[in-house]
Ligand binder design. Structure first.
Ligand SMILES: *Cc1c(COP(=O)(O)O)cnc(C)c1O
Length: 221
């Protein structure tokens, strides 16, 4: 199967209103171009240098999502062009994105990353840490970032019921956060969960954005 066929198959399996982020990390520009020519416009990358290289040579209407862990000292490199930073896992990072966005007179859309999976992932807010950060309210002063929703990665396990449980926890938490802090904010509407192995489950758990790499581009080398 070609990249464009893979892309078509994944796209067609998504209900209306769910966006596809084509995760292209470690894949060469030609492969992204193939997906672009098949109509894909949102691409996800997780390394700043690789992303910056691709941005220079690929079409300007691509919307780039930064999906990996982002170090604060890398924010300034992507601030001029990034469409969405999906994995904001600290107030410190949020402040830095705000600062760099202001330098470029932009407002950058972000998602807050949740740490729900059982695994020892180092990143993401626990639900309590996220509540506390939102309660403290400093984020309201950060006028150059816009918190558009939540992002999470489920445990990498074969047990579908565990994956479903984790994603439902995230979906329920989204409702809580929406009601308590973003009730009047239409832009707070994104639930980014689901990858190649688990996106069908994510769709059952109210995902609005799936991040799919391997199913489109094949295995990363
Ligand atoms: C790599 C990556 C993906 C895509 O994973 P696949 O299994 O290749 O679909 C999704 N989300 C994040 C945060 C990633 O780092």
């Amino acid at each position: 199967m070609s990249i464009s066929q893979n892309l078509q198959r994944v796209s067609q399996s998504l209900p209306k209103g769910v966006r596809l982020v084509a995760v292209s990390k470690f894949h060469p520009e030609e492969e992204l171009m193939e997906a672009y020519e098949a109509g894909q416009r949102i691409f996800g990358e997780s390394h700043e240098q690789e992303l910056s290289r691709k941005v220079q040579v690929l079409p300007k209407d691509i919307r780039w999502h930064f999906i990996g862990h982002l170090q604060t000292n890398k924010v300034r490199f992507i601030a001029p062009y990034i469409t969405m930073i999906e994995a904001v896992d600290s107030l410190k990072l949020l402040r830095e994105i705000n600062k760099q966005a202001a330098r470029h007179e932009r407002v950058i859309d972000v998602l807050l990353e949740l740490h729900i999976a059982q695994e020892a992932s180092k990143y993401g807010f626990t639900l309590d840490a996220c509540r506390q950060m939102l309660d403290e309210g400093e984020w309201r002063e950060l006028r150059n970032v816009r918190i558009c929703g939540l992002m999470m990665m489920a445990s990498n396990v074969d047990d579908d019921s565990q994956i479903r449980r984790e994603m439902m926890t995230a979906a329920d938490f989204f409702d809580e956060v929406k009601e308590r802090w973003f009730a009047d904010a239409d832009y707070f509407c994104e639930r980014s969960w689901g990858m190649s192995d688990d996106y069908p489950i994510a769709l059952e758990c109210r995902s609005t954005m799936v991040r799919v790499g391997t199913l489109i581009f094949g295995r990363r080398v």
